[in-house]
Design a protein around this ligand. Structure first.
Ligand SMILES: Cc1ncc(COP(=O)(O)O)c(C=O)c1O
Ligand SMILES: [Zn+2]
Length: 415
């Protein structure tokens, strides 16, 4: 018997069989009808405890295989993914007068973004389905990640991405040998096309939210945070939000641990959006579940430049149920946060990840976080992915050019 007991619709709560092959609820449609993968939590909770539910012999995040949607460990791709460091920053704890501040460093995933967590599972599911190839719409990271995993298992990956895709992400795609189609439109256009292409071609669909198994990969940071903090669950987790899939998945991970009886409380989930690409922040502030889309979203953080959040329903629910909040940040705040992280921690982030830290800084400034709280910030992507954005802040730090002369160089060195 499959360990998945059902696929539940986010909106109408109908439960479908995992053998149905459905990715979304046919009654509620692909937007409201995203599905949630369910397991037999009662049985798992009775059989295992906080320690022995983990299989440490398996690499990376596969150590949580009891709550992952596959059985055959031979399908695990060779790239290491997940089980990334959780770094305590005493410097920021002091600077922001906060009891605990931890940085979850997913800038060092195999293709340098959090998306690897989802792509690893997509690679497994595509193999299970004997797919001929994978199709993905992406702002850049989901695609470059899927392309890397496709390369690692020898499966073709087809990409639909906006023409404005950052250089680092495009170079990765080309080097990983993906078939790249740049669309004369934004991410939202690419996404709609990917659904139609999957239907016409039978390619395995790895576009976010409409494939329920992707959340299963993205939830594993919650398990890692719990394990790394010895189940002392943090008060807040800050997540950069575009489609909303990462935040809802991390929330699901914590919810599952609670369901198993391994933790008692769930952190408040804080969603950080670019202030001009913030449909979920708007819905949250207007206290409505009706998400109004934004036609031309704008933010320096391309990964969260999303006007139609595909996992919006679940994301909004996660924030509300966990008594968290959404917060918006400007381009200047994002760039400043990247610079501060780099300077004081040695972690080099892309703008979306910088946005999460910018959201934390703003929340502290607005007194929305008590000083005895413990916060975790998800650093979801690497700075080398988007040199164009980073150049905007690096301008003022131009290197000094000197003659090949020891004395003049020593002269330039000041303590
Ligand atoms: C680096 C990075 N951070 C955050 C996000 C936002 O994730 P989501 O679209 O699931 O909200 C993405 C998505 O592309 C990303 O690549
Ligand atoms: Zn439904």
């Amino acid at each position: 018997m499959s360990k998945i007991t059902g696929l539940r619709c986010t909106s109408c709560k109908r439960v479908y069989s995992p053998d149905s092959g459905l990715f979304t609820c046919p009654v509620c449609g692909p937007y409201k009808g995203t599905l949630e993968v369910l397991y037999d939590y009662d049985a798992i909770g009775k059989k295992f405890n906080r320690k022995n539910w983990i299989v440490p012999e398996l690499p990376g995040h596969y150590r949580y295989i009891k709550l992952l949607p596959f059985e055959d460990t031979k399908l695990i791709p060779p790239l290491w993914v997940g089980y990334t460091p959780l770094i305590k920053s005493e410097f920021f704890e002091k600077k922001y007068h906060i009891k605990g501040l931890y940085l979850k460093d997913d800038t060092r995933e195999p293709t340098l973004s959090y998306k690897d967590r989802a792509s690893s599972i997509a690679a497994i599911k595509a193999k299970e389905a004997n797919a001929n190839g994978i199709i993905v719409a992406s702002t850049g990271n989901a695609a470059s990640s899927m392309a890397g995993f496709g390369a690692s298992i020898g499966m073709p990956v087809y990409v639909l991405a906006p023409r404005s895709i950052p250089e680092g992400k495009l170079l990765q795609l080309l080097l990983f040998n993906a078939k790249v189609i740049l669309i004369d439109g934004n991410y939202d256009t690419s996404f709609d096309l990917s659904l139609k292409v999957a239907e016409k071609t039978g390619l395995y669909l790895r576009s976010t939210a409409v494939n329920p198994y992707l959340s299963e990969g993205k939830k594993t940071a919650a398990f890692e945070i719990a394990e790394q903090l010895e189940y002392n669950i943090p008060s807040y987790v800050f997540v950069p939000v575009g489609d909303g899939c990462i935040i809802e998945s991390v929330y699901k991970g914590f919810k599952e641990l609670k369901e198993l009886g391994f933790i008692e409380k769930i952190p408040h989930m804080v969603g950080v959006q670019g202030e001009k690409s913030a449909p979920l922040l708007r819905a949250y502030e207007n206290n409505t579940d009706e998400i109004e889309f934004i036609e031309n979203p704008e933010t320096v953080a391309d990964s969260i430049n999303v006007g139609v959040p595909r996992d919006g329903v679940k994301a909004l629910k996660s924030v509300k149920e966990s008594n968290g909040f959404f917060i918006g940040v400007s381009d200047e705040e994002i760039l400043e946060a990247i610079s501060e992280l780099a300077k004081y921690t040695g972690i080099f982030t892309e703008p979306a990840a910088g946005a999460a830290f910018a959201g934390f800084k703003k929340a502290i400034k607005e007194n929305r976080i008590p000083h005895d709280a413990t916060c975790v910030i998800l650093l979801t992507g690497n700075g080398l992915k988007d040199p164009r954005a980073i150049k905007r802040i690096a301008k003022k730090d131009v290197p000094i050019v000197a003659k090949d002369d020891l004395d003049s160089i020593v002269d330039l060195i000041r303590f």
